[in-house]
Write a protein that binds this ligand. Structure first.
Ligand code: CUA
Length: 309
């Protein structure tokens, strides 16, 4: 992870945006230096000295007025053209709206669907390196905003109005993103992770994510029974079991993800036990209720969930 990810482009799209930012930053820096220099020069050169008369008074200058009207207009036109070109290159209009990935914002997590393979996951998406994916972004509740600074522009996620954004990474790596539109109490804990991997590794990941959950019910019978009996199954899906609801993150392969609760905790067994016992302490206001689990129930449930690789 970079300290200023927005200046470390990891895709051709982000490269264009960073190039535009640098060009305009340099232009603004030059303008500031010229203006500051002129002010400092005037202050020093024309300052009042004892015994000197008032300097010559100049009332209006047509050449100067033309100069300081024309030069800024040219600068603004140049910036406009540069911006228009960067917009076109970083965000070209898709020829067909046939998304490779759908990301749906929820308070406060990300649902991810791969329509071409029927893979479903949450909060952590994988992409193949060197390929440009068309992502459809949408929201299930309020306005969110999809933003992975190293990989490209932001895109608003508006309920009922799908938007499209290109997602690409040149190099394998983990790129962190966040919701960039204030969407409620846990807006800050709506983190997304993009894992870019070589196409072969991506293909096997996406094939695995499209499978039903591994059958670990007999090994973790107590946890699996709690999942179905308590209210877990009313919101979460574990494909291959009778739990099919999609109001909350799909848990079919949750043990394969790196974080819990959209980035609040790293995905470890003790963290999951803590989360199950007290979600409202770790992420106040989130829709995950406190089920008042006993330590033994939480541990059985966590054992089962962490077996869903
Ligand atoms: Cu979702 Cu801010």
């Amino acid at each position: 992870m970079h300290i200023v990810p927005v200046l470390q482009p990891g895709s051709p799209q982000a490269q264009v945006i960073v190039g535009l930012f640098r060009a305009i930053l340099i232009a603004c820096g030059v303008i500031m230096a010229v203006v500051t220099g002129a002010i400092v020069y005037s202050l020093m050169h024309f300052r009042s000295r004892p015994g000197t008369p008032e300097p010559r008074q100049i009332l209006g200058s047509k050449p100067l007025e033309i100069l300081w009207t024309v030069v800024p207009i040219l600068v603004v036109v140049w910036m406009f053209l540069l911006t228009a070109r960067a917009s076109r290159e970083s965000d070209p209009t898709p020829a067909v709206l046939d998304p490779d990935l759908r990301v749906i914002g929820h308070q406060w997590w990300w649902e991810a669907l791969y329509p071409k393979s029927s893979a479903v996951t949450a909060n952590e998406i994988h992409i193949p390196t060197g390929q440009r994916l068309l992502v459809q972004v949408d929201s299930a509740d309020v306005i969110h905003d999809f933003w992975v600074p190293e990989l490209g522009r932001k895109m608003d996620m508006i309920p009922g109005h799908p938007n499209y954004i290109w997602l690409e990474a040149t190099e394998p790596g983990t790129y962190r993103g966040a919701c960039a539109e204030y969407c409620g109490a846990q807006h800050a804990w709506m983190r997304i992770m993009v894992v870019a991997e070589p196409p072969g590794a991506f293909d096997s990941w996406v094939r695995h994510q499209a499978q039903p959950a591994p059958d670990t019910v007999s090994k973790y019978a107590e946890g699996a029974a709690l999942f179905q009996q308590l209210t877990c199954a009313n919101c979460h899906a574990i494909r291959g079991s009778s739990a099919t609801n999609q109001f909350a993150p799909d848990l079919s392969h949750m043990a394969a993800r790196q974080t819990l609760a959209a980035g609040v905790l790293s995905n470890t067994l003790p963290n999951l036990v803590g989360w199950l016992r007290s979600p409202q302490t770790l992420k106040p206001g989130c829709l995950m209720p406190n089920l008042q689990l006993t330590p033994q129930q939480a541990s059985a449930l966590a054992d089962y969930l962490e077996s869903l690789k």
